[in-house]
Design a protein around this ligand. Structure first.
Ligand code: F6P
Length: 324
């Protein structure tokens, strides 16, 4: 097994609260294990352009509580090309980097897999995306904070909806995944939740909305961004069906990606940061560190990026049962 001396860490794809806690953990665990640690700016773009900076313990002080990512992030087009990856490899070699930790989602791990295939670089991934749409971990870094942000926003919307007897359609993030919508829907008492994983039965939804009217002044319908039609069309359909309803649409957008990470996200990021450095030292590569039932597990990138369509049907049932 090759002894590693120099490692680098980057954040890539959409930012997620808790990424800074992950960077801090990688840097400090690296230093603790006598490694030199570099930070890569702007995700894979920084690897391609040689934007690597040495990190010390002080460089990650006072960031565990901050949202966003101090290393910045990007969705790199150049790294998708063979020439781009060659440039990235040259920069890595120049600095003698022999291990990489990448924090991101499925796009990040797809890029990492290609890079390993071509250049045999040891890379360990940490799941960092608000969408929670990776296999091999119960939760991704940022998901808990994001759903709490949604819950806070929807509680506020409920106040005004209740005062005006209105129905609000609230669109939340999740390009391919309804997990933000489903959990926040249950915890805000939404009357219906529409997600990309399940075909919408509009007749059933309309019946449910009408039925709930006698018990409730306000109704909330949560729609995941990745739903076939999206919040606007759903709101229009409901309004057409029930012209006498006072329907409003609220798209929460990028507010869901910002803010202080919750305790859960900070602990998750800290645990996976330490685990990823230890994994590189042990000679692992091409795997994502995740937490399953409270224990660290490693999952090959190609399995981690498999988007799971098997939504827990019990959760959708709970929305219906409790919407009365
Ligand atoms: O991947 C996380 C995510 O927040 C998705 O839910 C959303 O569709 C996407 O990023 C938005 O990305 P961008 O900020 O690049 O438009």
């Amino acid at each position: 097994m090759k002894t590693i001396k120099n490692i680098a860490v980057l954040t890539s794809g959409g930012d997620a609260p808790g990424m800074n806690a992950g960077i801090r953990a990688v840097v400090r665990a690296g230093i603790y294990n006598n490694l030199n640690v570099f930070g890569v700016k702007r995700g894979y773009d920084g690897l391609v352009n040689g934007e690597l900076i040495p990190m010390d313990a002080k460089s990650v002080a006072n960031i565990i509580q901050r949202g966003g990512t101090i290393l910045k992030t990007a969705r790199s087009d150049e790294f998708r090309t063979v020439e781009g990856r060659q440039k990235a490899y040259d920069n890595i070699k120049k600095l003698g980097i022999d291990g990489l930790v990448v924090i991101g989602g499925d796009g990040t791990f797809t890029g990492a897999s290609k890079f390993i295939e071509e250049f045999d670089i040891p890379i360990i991934g940490i799941p960092g995306t608000i969408d929670n749409d990776l296999a091999g971990t119960d939760f991704t870094i940022g998901y808990d904070t994001a759903i709490n942000t949604v819950v806070d926003a929807v509680d506020k919307i409920r106040d005004t909806a209740e005062s005006h007897d209105r129905l609000f359609v609230v669109e939340v993030m999740g390009r391919d995944s309804g997990l933000i919508a489903l959990r926040s829907g249950i915890s805000t008492g939404a009357e219906a939740v529409l997600i990309p994983e399940i075909n919408v039965d509009y007749d059933a939804i309309m019946k449910r909305l009408d039925k709930t009217r006698k018990n409730k002044a306000s109704r909330i319908v949560i729609v995941a961004e990745g739903d076939k039609e999206g919040g606007l069309v759903v709101a229009e359909k409901i309004q057409e069906n029930f012209p006498h309803y006072d329907v409003r649409l609220s798209i929460l957008g990028h507010i869901q990606r910002g803010g202080k990470p919750t305790c859960m996200d900070r602990v998750l990021a800290s645990r996976l940061g330490v685990a990823s450095v230890e994994a590189l030292i042990e000679g692992r590569k091409g795997e994502m560190a995740g937490l399953i039932c409270g224990e660290v597990h490693f999952t090959p990138f190609n399995k981690a990026i498999k988007h799971l369509d098997d939504i827990n049907e019990n959760l959708t049932r709970i929305v219906e049962i409790l919407s009365l």
